[in-house]
Design a protein around this ligand. Sequence first.
Ligand code: NDP
Length: 329
Amino acid sequence: MFNALVVEKDEDGKTQAAVQQVAEDRLPEGDVTVAVEYSTVNYKDGLCIGPGGGLVRSYPHVPGIDFAGTVEASDDARYSPGDKVVLTGWRVGEARWGGYAQKARVKADWLVPLPDGLSTRQSMAVGTAGFTAMLAVMALEDHGLAPGQGPVLVTGAAGGVGSVATAILARLGYEVAAVTGRPETEGYLRELGAAQIVPRDELTEVTRKPLESERWSGCVDAVAGVMLGRVLKQMTYGTSVAAVGLAGGAAIEGALITPFILRGVNLLGIDSVMQPHEERVRAWGRIARDLPMDKLEAMIQPATLADLPGLGADILKGRVKGRVVVDVN
Ligand code: NDP
């Protein structure tokens, strides 16, 4: 038996999440069994702990889109008992049981060996949010971003993606402009390396202007909505925005074609879920190298399995600061 956060659905379609003892023979099929040490809370987890947002396939369900731990048993030659591994994405925790448990069973193809220099706890402080932030920075670099070209904007900066993006970009020598709707997080964001704070209000009104003054040499955008529509018009010539999230809405409000055809701006889509294995290994290696671990420590909010129902609701309301690390034991 092991402990897990189990979400059940009643006849009226209402969901209820609680920590339960689960028998090991209820684990899904897979070739590697992992003794989970840590998990975390992403926006998607908030949906899956609650009514599911259309992501969960069947109930009872164990959410947790990320986990890190030690291999306990393996039918795959690439992994042996004792190996430290990390998993993000592949619809684990949505379409199948995930990391809010002391044990998980998955396909070997989905795992990434933990890179040297990163503990299981640190890898979950990174989690899908931080991994995606790294993918976004890599995509911007692959499209020509380099330090010294002007400020790089990070939207939703005090959230998970934004916090890690801010710390990585600052470490790499970029001048980071952090957009936040929570003025009280200014000290935290400056501590992570933000050089300027942009109040969210500056970017929440739709304008009909075809273009605005050129301000940003790159952008990691976790918000979309009106903000992305405005930011596109403020990008300097030939630069790129990495579109990561939709915390402010699924549409790009007020967007026009002008930034693309008059300034050669690129909009780069970032997906973490189906990312190929080689890119995952590259991104985790970059995280171990480029993310300052003292800054990562400052983002951590510790939690247990029992805290998850409350934290799930909080992240959907944009109330979580930085990264939650869940000690499942
Ligand atoms: P968080 O909730 O931790 O952060 C989101 C942040 O966005 C908030 O902290 C807040 O920042 C800002 N925000 C929230 N609501 C609004 C709003 N209405 N208008 C403007 N800003 C808002 O979530 P994550 O960082 O974990 O995820 C961010 C987004 O990225 C989510 O939409 C998530 O689904 C998506 N995502 C996508 C992935 C992919 O593979 N593409 C992977 C991971 C996440 P502040 O308080 O500083 O203003």
